[in-house]
Ligand binder design. Structure first.
Ligand code: KIV
Ligand code: ZN
Length: 521
């Protein structure tokens, strides 16, 4: 897909979970996690995977290059500012792909030109011609984005797009960078540019919407109606601030309302539920219960009238079936007598292929869980495999903890951890049990991070359900998230907190990350 496709109703899905999504505070993923997400996106039929921002750090470069090497079908894109070194680095990273793409962008709105870029319109036009031509000399597949397009006067935007096309861009992206647009005007912008810019029929137009006003999906669909044939989106709507347009919502809206929007994508929708879980676990980002398509409650019918209707005919209240997005009834799976082969089969059925060491580790934890919990459901297995707290590389590990909590009295936590292999025991009081646990950890590790988020959720129903705990911490401008699942809520909370602290201690090319954050949103 380098020039406009002959199939005029096909909408290409460009997933930027690994780039715009991963830029979301606290959503940093490890290389392994990025590879797992990329493989899942490729398998579900995503057309273009934006795998990262290669100039941002060596880690980002390595991730884009590795995703590119492993890609089976998808085009792999690397992001680059309109700077020669960025473009060269992106070209180097994506050259390993079956088909690579350089995605280069520059701001076009008056407010960005005046305050961020400190450049005139004429200078921006020269930059566009030079940088798109540089990218096009490296690779046949070049996307150019007009950052803050929706706040750019249409005449200037048209001049920019015309030059980008002349310089060799094959895809033109008009982002709503700050989530400011409303659907009618977003559609009108695409219509105007497509109608008046010479060469518009030779390229694919793309929409990239942020969700600051909750309109990202509506704006993306308006762009499609107006002629855009690529939509940039993320799983679970992950992304800066209020996030990006959610892939699962766009895909299911197009599929469910084909009568109103006669367009189609290549996405295998039965993968959507699993994709949501994988990204939520990798990015340590819980999905809100009532999130459309993939939220826990998306297909739950609570009210009596709804339940009555559903029992008589599911279509009375259900516009999509849970099966169409891959939601299966959570089933009772195994108990403590289940062996390795059964566990491996179950993992395969749930979509996990673990290497020997990871499998052995997961099996030991499954046996341990089965000793403590009578009924084990699919969701328990998923939580167990996705729980990364306590990995071998962690500098700080929980050895033991004891919590005393008395109504109207003390709340104390005695805890032993190892730090780089050395044992430390601390005792700390708090206003409640969780406060005492978190204080004890802070004392043991000598860090005082700010707690940004703490949430606990039951993995399944019932009082013996595992608790899944999420913690997000901020320390010296860095944000890290952690999660853990355990039958005991307090132990899950402690392990999630430690998981976040361990992630805070993993250094990431800080200077490069700063550059990335100021340049792209
Ligand atoms: O939101 C935005 O404008 C971006 C560009 C880098 C495409 O993410
Ligand atoms: Zn963006």
């Amino acid at each position: 897909m380098t020039t406009a496709d002959t199939n005029k109703d096909r909408v290409y899905i460009f997933d930027t979970t690994l780039r715009d999504g991963e830029q979301s505070p606290g959503a940093t993923m490890t290389l392994e996690e990025k590879l797992q997400v990329a493989e899942m996106l490729d398998d579900m039929g995503v057309d273009i995977i934006e795998a990262g921002f290669p100039i941002a750090s060596n880690g980002d470069f390595e991730a884009v290059a590795e995703v590119a090497k492993r890609s089976k079908n998808a085009i792999i894109a690397g992001l680059a500012r309109a700077i020669p070194a960025d473009i060269a680095r992106a070209g180097e990273a994506v050259r390993f792909a079956r088909q690579g793409r350089i995605h280069t962008f520059v701001s076009t709105s008056p407010i960005h030109l005046a305050h961020q870029m400190k450049k005139t319109e004429e200078q921006v036009l020269e930059i566009i011609s030079a940088t798109v031509a540089q990218a096009r000399n490296l690779i046949d597949n070049v996307e150019w984005s007009a950052m803050d397009a929706t706040r750019t006067p249409i005449d200037f935007l048209a001049r920019c797009v015309e030059l980008a096309i002349k310089a060799g861009a094959t895809t033109i992206n008009l982002p709503d960078t700050v989530g400011y647009a409303v659907p009618e005007e977003h559609g009108a912008m695409f219509r105007a540019i497509i109608e008046r810019v010479p060469g518009a029929d030779k390229v694919i137009f793309s929409s990239h919407c942020h969700n600051d006003l909750g309109l990202a999906v509506a704006n993306s669909l308006a762009a499609v109606k107006a002629g855009a044939r690529q939509v940039e989106c993320t799983i679970n709507g992950l992304g800066e601030r209020a996030g990006n347009a959610a892939l699962e919502e766009i895909v299911m809206a197009l599929r469910t309302r084909g009568d109103a929007m006669p367009y189609h994508t290549n996405i295998e929708t039965t993968h959507l539920s699993r994709a949501s879980k994988i990204v939520s676990a990798a990015a340590n980002f819980p999905v809100q219960y009532n999130k459309a398509i993939v939220g826990k409650n998306a297909f739950a019918h609570e009210s009596g009238i709804h339940q009555d209707g559903m029992l008589k005919n599911a279509e009375t209240y259900e516009i999509m079936t849970p099966a169409s997005v891959g939601i299966k009834e959570t089933t009772l799976v195994m108990g403590k007598h289940s062996g390795r082969a059964a566990f491996k089969d179950k993992l395969r059925e749930l979509g996990y292929e673990l290497g020997d060491n990871a499998f052995q580790e997961a099996f030991v934890r499954f046996k341990d869980l089965a000793d403590r919990k009578k009924h084990i459901y699919d969701a328990d297995i998923v939580a167990l495999v996705d729980d990364e707290a306590g990995s071998i590389d962690d500098r700080i590990k929980l050895v033991d903890m004891e919590v005393v909590s008395k109504t109207g009295g003390i709340h104390r936590c005695d805890m032993t951890v190892t730090i780089d292999g050395e044992k430390t025991t601390v005792s700390y009081d708090g206003t409640g049990s969780v406060d005492a646990i978190f204080n004890a950890i802070k004392q043991a590790v000598g860090l005082d991070p700010h707690l940004v988020l703490y949430a606990v959720d039951g993995v399944t129903g019932g009082t013996d359900a595992q608790a899944s705990a999420h913690v997000r911490l901020e320390h010296n401008g860095r944000i890290a998230s952690g999660n853990a699942a355990e039958p005991d809520t307090l132990v899950a909370s402690a392990r999630a907190y430690l998981n976040a602290v361990n992630r805070l201690l993993i250094e990431r090319g800080a200077a490069a990350q700063g550059a990335m954050e100021s340049a792209a949103s």
